[in-house]
Write a protein that binds this ligand. Sequence first.
Ligand SMILES: NC(=O)c1ccc[n+]([C@@H]2O[C@H](COP(=O)([O-])OP(=O)(O)OC[C@H]3O[C@@H](n4cnc5c(N)ncnc54)[C@H](O)[C@@H]3O)[C@@H](O)[C@H]2O)c1
Length: 258
Amino acid sequence: MSILSKFKLENKTAIVTGAARGLGMAMAIGLAEAGANIVIPDIDYEEARKTASEIAELGVETLALKTDVTDEEDVSRMVAETLERFGQIDILINNAGICKHIPAEEMSKKDWEEVINVNLTGVFLCAREVAKPMIKAKKGSIINIASMSGYIINYPQPQVSYNASKAGVIHLTKSLAAEWAKYNIRVNAIAPGYMKTKMTAQFLEKKPEMKEFWVAPTPMKRMGKPEELQGAAVYLASDASSFMTGNVLIIDGGYTVY
Ligand SMILES: NC(=O)c1ccc[n+]([C@@H]2O[C@H](COP(=O)([O-])OP(=O)(O)OC[C@H]3O[C@@H](n4cnc5c(N)ncnc54)[C@H](O)[C@@H]3O)[C@@H](O)[C@H]2O)c1
């Protein structure tokens, strides 16, 4: 098989959580361009439907679902409805995530738990449920969207629950990779740096001066564009990365080198 054909995802089904917009949407488009059918579970069902119909124009099948990744019943239904429609799940990108900027000493248990529940528990629940059919099929690729915040502490904004959740995602990735290698399921992560999405825009709208703190220590002197994660997503989803598991691709314009 030639190297470029190993990147192809035709006849594969990919679930990308939280792909109604932002990084998830960009990665879903990348997988669709490589040939995969796409499932978009998102709490924002209207946006998910719009994105699903846009992606369908690329010539693949798509399905939008109303799913809260923190809700076990929703996650079970996500897997059941995907299997009903497509008969298989080959790829899961655990992308849904949230961030709160609150000083640690002022953070309520509720705010702490909301972030941990979506970013860490949600990743675990989706991985656990999707692994069940993958174990039966004896194949699969799971990609968790961590962050450079799992390695470094962002400055100047205080985001303790986010940073802790993303460090958790990195170790969860390694743990699941170790457990599920025997089933031919690979589990890897992508750790983006500062990317231009609604998540970062909502913070920059309130404090535009933060951008300089984000960009100045980035060797490439800019924020990333969502489509700049597409190559990594297709690589990790496909047979091009067949000997890679339990690892993390850091895509941050060099922010973590200093
Ligand atoms: N933007 C960045 O700079 C950046 C950097 C590193 C990592 N990340 C991570 O990338 C992922 C995507 O971030 P983004 O910037 O595209 O964010 P975004 O806010 O633009 O999009 C997040 C999507 O997730 C959905 N979502 C939120 N909570 C959900 C839930 N409980 N169940 C299902 N869907 C839910 C939202 O409706 C939205 O469609 C997140 O995990 C984020 O932590 C982002």
